[in-house]
Every structure is written in C-alpha cells, then in structure tokens.
Design a protein around this ligand. Structure first.
Ligand code: NDP
Ligand code: 8X3
Length: 251
C-alpha cells in the first residue's frame, strides 16, 4: 500500500512534535512546518521516515502560498493536513488585555489555519481524497475568565470544521476537530511570554494531558476506514472539568 503523507503545522514542539514522532513510528511520510528551523532539523534527523521540513510563519499568507507552490514533487500529494500551529498570548481580563496579543491569536489560530486549509483543499480536491484535522480547544466551548479571544479563536476552529464538512458533503474529503483541555506542552510558556515559573504553576500538582495523548487521538482518526468521519473529539485531563456559573454578590 502507498505510504500516506501527513502535513503538520507547528511541529517544532508540543502536540505537533509528538504527532511527528508517533506518525513516523507508524510508517507515515511527513511534512513538518514551524518557525524554529533548528528544531525541525533535529526532528528530521531523528525520525526514521521520509521527512520534508520547511520554516514557515503560517501567519504570512504569501509564505504559506509559496510553501504549497514549492512543495517538492514527491511531497505534493497531501493525504492529511493537521492544522495544529496555534497559541495563546497573555491571560488578561478583556478590559485590560493588549490588542496586539488578541491580533496575534486571531492571525495564528484563525487566519493561518484558513490559509493552510484552503491551499491543501486544492491539492485534495484534485484527487477527491484527504483528511483535515483541526486542533481546537475545550476553551472554544467552555468560557473561563481571561480566556476571551483565545477561546473565541477556538470556537471559530470548531465551527469552521463543521462548515467544511457541510461544504465537502459528497466528496471523499474528511474533516475532524480535536478539542483538548489543559496539556503540558510549551503552550503556557508561550502564553506567559517565556516566564517558566508561571508556566510550571499551571501544571503543578495536577495530572495534565501530555502531548502524546493528543497524538494518539489524531492517529486513531487517521486510521479509521474511509466510511468513518470522526467529527469532533473533546479530551480533558482527569483533573480538569467544567466550571459552574458565577453569581456576583454585593453586600
Ligand atoms: P506549543 O507551544 O508546544 O506548540 C505550538 C506549535 O505551534 C509550535 O510548534 C510553534 O512553532 C507553532 N507555531 C506557533 N505559531 C506559529 C506560526 N506563526 N507559524 C508556524 N508555526 C507556529 O503548544 P501546543 O502543542 O500545546 O499547541 C498546539 C495547538 O494545540 C495550538 O493550536 C493550541 O492552541 C492547541 N491547544 C493546546 C492546549 C494545551 O493545553 N497545550 C489545549 C488545547 C489546544 P514555532 O514557535 O517554532 O513556530
Ligand atoms: C488550552 C486549554 O484549558 O488551558 O487550549 O484553556 S485550556
């Protein structure tokens, strides 16, 4: 059987890196994208499968267009796109948050995801085959204080995934969204702008998800028979759950 090719955005750490490792061990060919080239190079050296790496800032539409246009001949057929690159920047009340932080999240979690999706669809529709897995978040449906724009960007990811399914009805192109809860990756380090102490406090004394847990869910989706489309998977750590509604009381 022909080896499938999987394109992962944000493969230099966290979920993307864990997926690259698991998929390589499972016999898939990989296209890995992120901004930190050295990390991708080290991963490429380590993985025992065909790997094409490219340093791309996915928020740069022109760079993403060039990347797709210039894919080497033997990596042009994308069987699976994993829209994983994403981030939270800051954890502030809406009335105090920075507009720059909000913009960075919208650019990465939404605009970049849309660029990669649209361009991969050109490739997939030619063959009437393919799978797109978008990485959303429980924050896309469970509101929490200071989650404001981050949560909203992930709600977009969920609804965009569902709308893609609607448009692709009747084709053999599948779409899934994975919505993880708190997972111990570089996510909090990025959210707190490199403050390792603050980031570590998020996971202290709690059993957070690990990147490999999400990689396993993605592999399970990929290995379903053609007739099965996994629409959405929500995964939380055992120590995280929904909060109740808040009542403000004034004496
Ligand atoms: P990490 O910070 O460990 O990984 C994020 C990845 O995204 C990195 O490889 C980073 O690479 C890449 N990335 C960020 N911005 C860009 C960009 N502009 N261009 C290219 N690549 C980019 O975090 P996670 O693995 O946790 O996050 C992966 C996804 O999972 C995100 O979408 C996040 O929102 C989501 N998520 C995370 C959860 C968590 O608790 N960890 C829970 C739910 C969802 P580089 O910096 O090298 O460009
Ligand atoms: C991140 C998950 O629970 O930290 O997407 O908001 S959570």
């Amino acid at each position: 059987m022909e080896q499938k090719t999987i394109l992962i955005t944000g493969a230099s750490s966290g979920f993307g890196e864990a997926m690259a490792r698991l998929f390589a061990a499972s016999g898939y060919r990989l296209i890995l994208v992120a901004r930190r080239r050295e990390r991708l190079e080290n991963l490429q050296k380590e993985l025992k499968t065909d790997v094409y790496i490219q340093q791309v800032d996915v928020t740069n539409r022109g760079a993403v267009e060039n990347f797709f246009k210039e894919l080497p001949e033997n990596f042009r057929k994308i069987d699976v796109l994993i829209n994983n690159a994403g981030l939270a920047v800051g954890l502030d009340l809406a009335q105090e948050a920075s507009l720059d932080d909000w913009e960075a999240m919208i650019e990465t979690n939404n605009k970049a995801l849309v660029y990669c999706t649209r361009l991969a669809l050109d490739n997939m529709k030619e063959r009437n085959a393919g799978l797109i897995i978008n990485i959303g978040s429980v924050a896309g449906s469970a509101p929490y204080p200071k989650g404001n724009v981050y949560g909203a960007t992930k709600a977009f990811v969920r609804q965009f995934s569902r709308n893609l399914r609607a448009d692709l009805a009747g084709t053999d192109i599948k779409v899934s969204v994975i919505e993880p809860g708190a997972a111990e990756t570089e996510f909090s380090l990025v959210r707190f702008r490199g403050d390792a102490e603050k980031a570590a406090a998020v996971y202290k004394n709690t059993r957070a998800l690990q990147a490999g847990d999400i990689a396993k869910a993605a592999l399970w989706i990929i290995e379903q028979p053609l007739r099965v489309n996994i629409d959405a998977i929500e995964i939380m750590p055992i120590d995280q759950t929904y909060a109740g509604l808040v009542m403000v009381r004034k004496e």
